[in-house]
Design a binder for this molecule. Structure first.
Ligand code: FES
Ligand code: FES
Length: 168
């Protein structure tokens, strides 16, 4: 297969794909060294591998790389920029939303996609968003605390618009 072009973490890249049936998760971790995206179940069940593709949180273990030509992919490595931690990451640190941290990139990416779409989600929407992300350590209370804090700090950020404002 020839080079596959996509936008990865805000850069146009061309990837030499050895196996078009390889998953995005395999390519990220094994070929590109982006190991922040974790492999848990590898069957779309645990959410550890969550990345954002064209604005939507999806499990990288279920996406064949050969189908991603021209798509926009964001991984956890994209969030820690020159201005420091993303507000979702910072909230997980402040609220102790992790123990071993294995599930955390998936939670953070799922919540990042939610907040990009809706800066002020209600509690029910937050719960539904992380419903597909499993954690074997924390019991979820701290994860939900972190998510609520991310909403509080991010949703009121200067320049952020509410869904109602965007519909105007
Ligand atoms: S590793 Fe992809 S959902 Fe579990
Ligand atoms: S913090 Fe260990 S699996 Fe979630």
């Amino acid at each position: 297969m020839n080079g596959l072009r996509l936008r990865l973490n805000h850069e146009d890249v061309e990837i030499q794909v050895r196996d078009p049936a390889a998953t995005l998760l395999d390519v990220l971790r094994d070929d590109l060294g982006l190991t922040g995206t974790k492999s848990g179940c590898a069957i779309g069940y645990c959410g550890a591998c969550t990345v954002i593709v064209d604005g939507e949180a999806v499990p990288a273990c279920l996406l064949m790389i050969g189908l991603l030509e021209g798509r926009e992919v964001r991984t956890i490595e994209d969030l820690n920029g020159p201005e420091g931690l993303d507000p979702v990451q910072a909230a997980f640190v402040r609220r102790a939303g992790l123990q071993c941290g294995f599930c955390t990139p998936g939670h953070v990416m799922a919540l990042r996609a939610l907040l990009d779409e809706d800066p002020e989600p209600d509690d029910e929407r937050i719960r539904r968003t992380v419903d597909g992300n499993y954690c074997r350590c924390t019991g979820y209370v701290k994860i939900l605390d972190s998510a609520r804090e991310a909403v509080a700090t991010q949703g009121k950020r200067a320049g952020a618009t509410t869904p109602a404002e965007r519909r105007r």
